[in-house]
Write a protein of this length. Structure first.
Length: 288
């Protein structure tokens, strides 16, 4: 496995691999790698001949009061994880590499970024779509792998690729969970022991929603009230949003009469967590 930090070197190495006719897979990350990232890497390893992982904490997707400065960074540990998982190339650029001057060019996906996390994190998705476009152009892979835990991000990226006619296949992989259902996340390490215990209620609320829906309850207000009741079992949980939206447009639904995204975000102390499930009453729960 190779670790490189410059754009020119990544392009040189990937160009050589492409000339050999190999299929290139790409997993963009911000580091602090966990089992969710490992799942993406393993899927990329199975489907591609050459796997590239980027490790870059992107400043443009953090708001002024968010945790950019304290976001966990440990390239040595992340490199060990990548090597064990069979990654071929790690790209770990600096902020200066990715943003060598004041950024005047931005990529924005309208409408899909107005609700859910987009409503609470102004500018977040503009930062995500811009840095992904940069990384896609640099790595020039055939496939890119994202996790369903960040479902809105995955939907936004897919729409961006379709609208811009970019020849890159976006693969969405299932959410990886702890034994109690909590979605694995780099931010879970911020949780205090009591907060960590309460955090499992997020997934429990989602499963309650799914169970009720499969028993015939399709009224969104009723389903959201049931989820609120579950989260209300802990005074430490401060819900930011609980929504059920159209899976394609992310528009709010009144009844579940089509595939839907059931998504929530909440704070426990200083930590913000998100989770979701896909609800299609005609099939089992699946991926985006």
């Amino acid at each position: 496995m190779q670790i490189v930090k410059t754009i020119a070197e990544v392009r040189r190495l990937v160009s050589t691999v492409r000339q050999e006719g190999k299929r290139i897979g790409f997993v963009p990350t911000m580091g602090a790698l966990h089992n969710g990232h490992v799942s993406l890497m393993k899927t990329a390893r199975k489907q591609c001949d050459y796997v590239v992982v980027s490790i870059f904490v992107n400043p443009t997707q953090f708001g002024p009061s968010e945790d950019f400065e304290k976001y966990p960074r440990n390239l040595d540990s992340d490199a060990i994880t990548c090597r064990k998982t069979g990654v071929d190339l790690v790209f770990a650029p600096s902020v200066k590499d990715m943003y060598p001057r004041e950024n005047w060019t931005w990529v924005e996906v309208e409408n899909l970024t107005k609700s859910l996390c987009g409503a609470h994190r102004p500018g977040h998705f503009r930062g995500v779509t811009t840095v992904c476009t940069k990384l896609f152009n640099i790595v020039d892979s055939d496939m890119a792998f994202f996790g369903q835990k960040d479902a809105q991000q995955a939907i936004v990226i897919r729409r961006m690729m379709a609208d811009l006619h970019l020849p890159l296949e976006i693969v969405i992989c299932p959410t990886v969970r702890e034994s109690d259902g909590l979605a694995v996340s780099s931010r879970n390490q911020y949780l205090k022991p009591t907060e960590r215990k309460d955090a499992s209620l997020l997934y429990h609320a989602l499963t309650i929603c799914e169970d009720l829906a499969r028993k015939g309850e399709n009224r969104v207000k009723v389903l959201i009230a049931a989820m609120q009741q579950v989260l209300g079992r802990s005074v430490a949980i401060e819900p930011e949003y609980i929504q059920i939206v159209d899976l394609d447009t992310l528009e709010p639904l009144e009844t579940i009469d089509r595939p839907a995204l059931v998504a929530l975000a909440a704070r426990l102390g200083t930590t913000r967590l998100i989770d979701n499930i896909i609800l299609d009453l005609n099939v089992s729960s699946g991926d985006v």
